[in-house]
Design a protein around this ligand. Structure first.
Ligand code: UGA
Length: 460
């Protein structure tokens, strides 16, 4: 099928390449000429495992191309909107400038029967507002939120754990189906759906034919529910992380160990161990801004109190960065002034070069602000970090970065630090013996046995 993908960032570029890899003919469109030039050569403009391979394959096959010219969207059956929705500069709401610009730019090239599929994370109600503009062209707007994780984005796109499709309320019926592309779109109330809906749903199932054939749950719902599914999923994940970090705060007072606590409660299948990793908290381009935008939207809807807890989750999250900084200060005897502090990690999480709202980089910047000589290293994120915070010292080589460190802080749990860095080896690089494990990813006993003072987050 011919597809267009508007916006070629972390979401759109992966979506475009993944759709080409499952056999579609895809044009990716973005206003950033440099990004388009790189993508056109089959080069990924950011680090994402597996992306370079499917990009170069797609470009070489002729099924995948990139352009800045919106007119090239013409002729595609489905147009995906994958542009960013950052936090507003003067508030907590989502900035929809790019979504509106993408829709406005696309409208002249839409034809009767086309489908516009929103993937960007938007405040609930956005799709309903956009619908008249899209429908005036004879096209249909659906909302098809994305649940991909950076670092696993290719796999999450090609083989998602569920597919959600919001369709206009005039014909929406809530259904959950296994993947059989030929199955009916009959709703829970037993009424058949209209021909128009069958068509839209069938086309979207054809887009996702491989996961649908595998039996991946395909949930057809109304636009508002689809939008809400996305933000509530991220709100839940953020809440889970902040919950365990709240337990870490209590553990710190009583000398308990939050990692053992997480293991113990995680054995309860209703709770589960995933996303109970206590540490310096969540960051990135999604969770922080999404919970703020959700709270802001709930306020607008007169239901601010319903998600008032998200504000607390946000606060718990930010406090953990303070805690990590405080542990370094404590470890160095009360001041980091003129001390060498090596910060291991800059990306907001491993397997990514993304530094948007990175807790790791924030800790580094705060230590620098307290007068420490901060050296930062990261396997992938140095270029991005350097562009944003040129005041810090960056060193590519991990061991070089560790040399002469008075204190070492692990803030992104790359394998290079958690698995491939023994305390004995680091002891040969520096006389400093203070390590702060901001991700609870190191073997505390091994570091202590090697003569280090080890500080974890929520651990004795
Ligand atoms: C998140 C969601 O996990 C995806 O499902 C969603 O599609 C995506 O946002 C999005 O909205 O586009 P992502 O931002 O890639 O994905 O990162 P996560 O893996 O969720 O991690 C977010 C942050 O939480 C990271 O800083 C990570 O270090 C932190 N985290 C995660 C913890 O502190 N503890 C944990 O146990 C897990």
């Amino acid at each position: 099928m011919k597809l267009s993908v508007i916006g070629c960032g972390y979401l759109g570029a992966v979506h475009a390449a993944a759709m080409a890899s499952i056999g579609h003919e895809v044009v990716g469109i973005d206003v950033d000429q440099r990004k388009i030039d790189a993508l056109s050569k089959g080069e990924a403009p950011f680090f994402e495992p597996g992306l370079p391979e499917i990009l170069s394959e797609g470009v070489a096959s002729g099924r995948l191309r990139f352009t800045t010219d919106m007119a090239e969207a013409k002729g595609a059956k489905v147009h995906f909107i994958g542009v960013g929705t950052p936090q507003q500069k003067d508030g907590y709401g989502a900035d929809l400038t790019y979504v509106n610009a993408a829709i406005d730019g696309l409208l002249p090239y839409l034809s009767e029967g086309d489908i516009v599929a929103g993937k960007s994370t938007v405040p609930v109600g956005t799709a309903a507002e956009l619908t008249p503009r899209v429908e005036a062209t004879g096209a249909t707007l659906v909302w098809n939120p994305e649940f991909l994780r950076e670092g696993w984005a290719v796999q999450d796109t090609i083989d998602p754990d569920r597919l959600v499709l919001g369709v206009s309320s005039r014909f929406a019926r809530s259904t959950t189906e296994g993947g059989d592309a030929g199955s009916t779109t009959e709703g829970g109330d037993g009424h058949s759906t209209t021909g128009e809906e069958v068509d839209v749903v069938a086309v979207m199932k054809e887009v996702y034919a491989p996961p649908v054939a595998k039996g991946t749950p395909f949930i057809v719902t109304d636009l508002a529910t689809a939008e809400l599914v996305k933000v509530s999923a991220n709100a839940f994940l953020a809440t889970k992380i902040s919950f365990i970090n709240a337990m870490a705060e209590i553990a710190e007072v009583v000398g308990a160990d939050v990692t053992q606590l997480a293991d113990a409660i995680g054995h309860d299948a209703r709770i589960g161990r995933k996303f109970l990793g206590a540490g310096i908290g969540f960051g990135g381009g999604c969770l922080p801004k999404d919970i703020r935008a959700f709270a802001a939207r709930a306020e607008e809807l007169g239901r601010g109190e319903s998600v008032g807890f998200l504000r607390q989750m946000d606060e718990i999250n930010m406090r953990r960065r303070d805690r990590a900084v405080q542990l370094v200060v404590d470890g160095l005897g009360g001041s980091v002034f003129k001390k060498n502090v090596t910060v291991l990690g800059a990306a907001f999480k491993p397997h990514s070069d993304d530094i948007r709202d990175s807790p790791a980089l924030d800790v580094a910047v705060r230590l620098h602000g307290l007068g420490a000589w901060v050296t930062v290293t990261d396997p992938e994120a140095i270029a991005n970090a350097q562009a944003k915070h040129p005041q810090l010292n960056y060193v590519e080589d991990r061991d070089e970065a560790l040399r002469a460190a008075d204190a070492v802080v692990v803030v992104t749990e790359w394998d290079e630090y958690r698995r491939q860095m023994s305390p004995e080896h680091v002891s040969t690089l520096t006389d400093g013996r203070v390590i702060v494990d901001g991700r609870n990813c190191l073997d505390a006993a091994a570091w202590r046995a090697a003569g280090w003072t080890y500080y974890g987050m929520g651990r004795p």
